[in-house]
Design a protein around this ligand. Sequence first.
Ligand code: UD1
Length: 347
Amino acid sequence: MTKTKVLVTGGTGYIGAHTVVELENAGYEAVIVDNFSNSSRDVLDGIARIIGRNPLFFEADCADYESFARVFELCPDISAAIHFAAYKAVGESVEKPLDYYRNNLVSLLNLIDLMGRNERGSIVFSSSCTVYGQPERENLPVNETSPLQPATSPYGNTKRVSEEILRDCTISYKGKINVIALRYFNPIGAHPSALIGELPRGVPQNLLPYITQTAAGLRERLNVFGNDYNTPDGSCIRDYIYVCDLAKAHVSALDRLLDKSPEIPGGIEYYNLGTGVGISVLQMLELFKKATGVAVPYRIVERRPGDVEQVWADPSKANIELGWKADTPIEEVLASAWRWEKKIRGI
Ligand code: UD1
């Protein structure tokens, strides 16, 4: 039986690679497209070792129409796409807004154009909880009807604008383009095999890789950005979701698009992907110690400009409509992140 082919742009990235594994586990065939702008070719080996064969892969830049179109010529039977390929560093996006708009938006426009040539173009889009900004207290946890806020960085704005572009296209090309936009909270952890995981370039900007690198002795201590927020312990609160749970949500979204298409109401749906539980930075350090036995040294420093004080998800829409739930215990998630860090450092 031929498998349903699913294009995975950015399929060697952190979330992309874990999603490729879950797609293959679920009986889909992933068609990975990546230009390794923020990932490594070795990820393909990691994926191959987990799924037991080499995944289908094309090296191409999704922002380069000709090379991206070539993938569709070589693989004319692509049924759906999951679009991860994008730049994602908040700080860098402030320094290089044009790079972010060009890369993130042109890739998306090319994808819609190429998928729109199908009879039915089904697209799962990687969005972010950043579209909610800092929700009002009464809107916490945030659900999908919470008001969207102006983005605080060009990166965040590319997510907001991408959602709008997708919405406009579903309206104009009624039935031809169907979209599920997944609004991720904070993905963490690594595949249980420790064959794939997060590979930040340079000094990590995100909390978990900074914690694991400090635990591994690469960094002296974690800088906790502020302990004077209006939260129980004064540090910021986020909703940390296991990357494998997150990856599985993409399979559920895809099943829904391929089953329902073209009846997705309005052509586009939005889902929050989180656990529903908020964890503070200081709590995270405690949890990490409990899960791994490693006490990570830290100090409190100034707040990080642009940080949201607290945000966590109401994931009930995804729980009900996608039949999906992020249910891996946090200790297990943190242990997976630590196993991965030790593996890549040879500890
Ligand atoms: C941000 C964006 C998110 C984006 C992600 C990509 C917002 C609200 N979120 O996530 O959309 O997808 O970046 O990278 O804009 N922290 C420390 N010390 C550190 C690192 C982090 O204390 O060295 C704290 C931060 O202040 C924050 C928490 O840890 O409270 C999580 O930070 P991070 O992992 O960078 O994620 P977000 O800022 O939530």
